[in-house]
Write a protein that binds this ligand. Structure first.
Ligand code: ZN
Length: 166
């Protein structure tokens, strides 16, 4: 069916394009983007992403606390986002991995729940994954902590824990 082919194309190309945009604007040597580069970054993201998704991610950057947890060898990391207002709102994602256990990701990106399963326009990602990528590319400061192997493993399990079972 042509419709199915279109779905597959859209859902596989857009995440790649988003990756390319972030790669283009990521400065490894901790340099910040110039004003012009920042503007170009948002022009390109606007062209790819749903506007409300981008707005929600920007709100997270302003209103949530970001902490980076490293494994002992510092080769792996997990970013924790927690709401300044609601202490129990905590989301953990792995940088550069497009996965989040939040309801929006499960429903609108993976389309795992029944209500949207016949929709043909999955979202590329959720606001948490997007906010973590923006946080990195905009070189925002946050606290960093190295975890013991056991703690890191527990956080890693939490990233992929299936909330549907609870
Ligand atoms: Zn999410």
């Amino acid at each position: 069916m042509p419709l199915t082919v279109e779905c597959a194309k859209r859902s596989s190309i857009l995440p790649l394009l988003m990756d390319q945009v972030f790669k283009k604007f990521t400065r490894e040597s901790s340099g910040s983007l110039t004003k012009r580069e920042r503007r170009l970054l948002f022009v390109e993201l606007n062209a790819l992403l749903n506007k409300s998704l981008l707005e929600r991610a920007l709100r997270l950057l302003d209103e949530w606390i970001f902490v980076v947890y490293y494994s002992q060898n510092r080769l792996n990391s997990i970013v924790e986002l927690s709401s300044k207002r609601k202490k129990l709102d905590v989301v953990r994602v792995i940088p550069d991995i497009n996965y989040c256990k939040c309801g929006f990701f499960q429903r609108s990106v993976l389309q795992l729940t029944g209500e949207n399963s016949d929709r043909c326009d999955p979202e590329i990602t959720c606001e948490h994954v997007l906010a973590v990528r923006l946080h990195h590319v905009l070189n925002r400061q946050c606290s960093k902590q190295v975890l013991s192997s056991d703690d890191f493993m527990a956080y890693l399990c939490d990233v992929f824990e299936d909330q549907a079972e609870t």
